[in-house]
Design a protein around this ligand. Sequence first.
Ligand code: ZN
Length: 256
Amino acid sequence: MWIDTHTHLWDEQFDKDRKEILDSLGGKLKYIIEIGVDSKTSQKAVTLAYKNERVFAVVGVHPHDAKHLTEDVFKLVTDLSKMDKVVGIGEIGLDFYKNYSSEEKQRKCFIRFLNYARESNLPVVLHVRDAYEHVLDILNTEGIPKAGGVVHSFLSSYNHAKKFLDLNLFLGIGGPITFKKNSSLRDTLKKIPIEKILLETDCPYLTPVPKRGHRNDPAYVEYVAQEISKTKNIPILDVEEILYENTTTLFGLPKC
Ligand SMILES: [Zn+2]
């Protein structure tokens, strides 16, 4: 049974079939981890987690939304993080590709939640785009939570992968690993130990081959897993077992 470690089912693209997707959990998918990006979606993620025992929530403020971080937002999100179905802080990080918030606001927001996660000993879910060195600098200066974390949708070189692995972080692999053009990412994946990989969709975004052109769906983690199995030449049943162990350990999910 698979775990999708990064979903955004609160997105309106799921309004029509969210219930169906949730009802299907316990079939091919054992758990999903629903990720907030601001106070509103963090609240929605928590609500979903309390509606379904197979859903867990991660709460935080995405770098895109850093400009909206107020004391009220910080308090709301950190209050949510104390609930027992909340298993991490995120997504937090830096995105210097889109720069929807200024670099300064992104840094402030990231550092504040990173420090909160460390004090609360919660794992972090990191969003990094065109800012790998900057994020590594901050992680090295501020320190990472003992509980660890994951660089979600990792898309960079082995050089960067190695630096995150040295910090004992996991790397989240999703739909882009199946894209034809991403052969260098597959070469990087060959060198990343399977014990440090998490499986994710980032749905409704980043739909894997062969479903490109459609909305992404948690069930499609299986296509990502098949690509990992093929690229790393590890039998799919072993991939399933190891990724399950990785995820339940990092986020403290029930292992049964
Ligand atoms: Zn995401």
